[in-house]
Design a protein around this ligand. Structure first.
Ligand SMILES: Cc1ncc(COP(=O)(O)O)c(C=O)c1O
Length: 407
């Protein structure tokens, strides 16, 4: 039983380093108020940025999709699993991205993780130089590794560092890969500069807009719309489990790239197609996202973000807190990290908040670099202004409690 003994020992080590992750059981739909492990908590951790995950219109569309198309797809897309619901969803994604990518096509994947892995492994390979942003999501890092390309990492938001690497590359195919909104930092990649560099050096730009799709841009059409970008060199990944309130992802790119993915993206070819009911419900989700309700929800999200930043900055500026070392990371997105530092302290804060009925996850290495443990506060349009103030007040109380113990 050597394997079990080894695993047990490693689990104990993780526990001792405050790095052991535990799952909580949620008994209610995704919403700010949740029942978690039997306790009522106000949650600031979901990626349900527009508050659509439990929207009755989506629940009904899912049920209608199941009645119309069945619950399961029965096989992979290349066997018999590619239904008219999947196909219509792809056509709609291609339409949304058409102003930004000439001759755009789109391909639906079951998850964002699979889309990124499938995309990079299908496009990469020996002889390809892949330039990866330092803070990219794990799915891009894993896809880059598995692609067997030569991978070079450039520093966070440093287009000058990327420019040097591109200038030195002699590869026939160069691919730059970046998140649009960094998932643990909430800041935006300098996409106009990155795209300019790509065009100058004949490179492709892969943009993972997991946290921007539905939130940024005109009618929520994403980060390419936000920056007004247009280029045949763009390859776009949107995910559907965050602002869209469902699950899945798509790649949009020149239709030749899409045709190639259908042949070679193993995470597309060798897996059962997602439920056609889900694909059907996507239409209802996209209607909500780009319609008046989506506009109102994005405005609410924006206003809550401004409020949170303002109230947190005021709290951190109080004399008692100035030396805490905490830093609110500036953000115009739905992700507002509070940088704390040590794993122990961030865990203690998260636990203290929980005692007051709030759920804010402690993010630790390896998800973020050593010494940058943080509370990742995510906002949803379903939060109220009063709930945001409740969070700021609760943090002040936890901090005060901690100081009392230390005194
Ligand atoms: C930037 C980024 N890309 C991709 C993914 C993966 O998407 P999915 O959850 O649909 O697998 C995530 C998920 O958290 C993400 O944050």
């Amino acid at each position: 039983m050597k394997l079990l003994d080894d695993l047990q020992q490693q689990l104990e080590q993780l526990d001792a380093q405050q790095l052991l992750r535990r799952r909580r059981i949620v008994a209610t739909p995704c919403a700010p108020q949740m029942t978690v492990d039997g306790h009522a908590l106000l949650s600031f951790c979901s990626n349900d940025y527009l508050g659509l995950a439990a929207h009755p219109v989506l629940a009904e569309a899912l049920a209608e999709g199941a009645r119309r198309h069945g619950a399961g797809s029965g096989a992979s897309h290349l066997i018999n699993g590619h239904t008219s619901a999947h196909h219509l969803a792809e056509e709609r994604f291609a339409q949304w991205l058409a102003p930004h990518i000439p001759q755009a096509g789109a391909l639906l994947f079951s998850t964002g993780y699979m889309a990124n892995m499938g995309l990079l492994t299908a496009l990469g390979g020996p002889g390809v130089d892949l330039f990866s942003e330092e803070l990219n999501h794990a799915s891009l890092i894993d896809g880059a590794r598995l692609s067997r390309s030569r991978v070079q990492v450039f520093a966070h938001k440093r287009s000058d560092a990327l420019a040097d690497l591109l200038a030195q590359s002699e590869a026939a195919v160069k691919i730059v890969v970046t998140d649009s909104v960094f998932s643990m930092d909430g800041d935006l990649a300098p996409l106009p500069q990155l795209l300019q560099l790509c065009e100058r050096h004949g490179a492709w730009l892969v943009v993972d807009d997991a946290h921007g799709f539905g939130v940024l841009g005109e009618r929520g059409h994403g980060v390419l719309s936000h920056f007004g970008l247009h280029s045949p060199h763009l390859i776009y990944v949107g995910t559907l489990g965050k602002a869209c309130g469902l699950s899945g992802a798509f790649v949009a790119a020149h239709e030749t790239v899409i045709d190639w993915l259908v042949q070679r993206a193993r995470q597309y070819v060798y897996t059962t197609a997602s439920s056609p009911a889900l694909a059907h419900a996507l239409q209802a989700s996209l209607d909500l996202v780009e319609g008046a309700e989506g506009q109102a929800r994005r405005a609410q999200l924006q206003s809550l973000g401004v409020q949170l930043q303002r109230e947190m900055q005021a709290m951190l500026a109080l004399p008692a807190r100035r030396s805490s070392g905490w830093r609110m990371m500036p953000s115009d997105t739905a992700i507002h990290p509070l940088l704390i530092g040590s794993n122990e302290e961030v865990l203690r804060l998260s636990a203290g908040l929980q005692q007051q009925g709030l759920w804010v996850p402690a993010i630790r290495p390896p998800t973020v670099p050593q010494g940058t443990g943080r509370l990742r506060i995510t906002l949803s349009a379903a939060h109220s202004a009063q709930q945001v103030s409740q969070l700021c007040d609760a943090l002040a109380v936890v901090d005060a409690g901690q100081e009392k113990r230390e005194a």
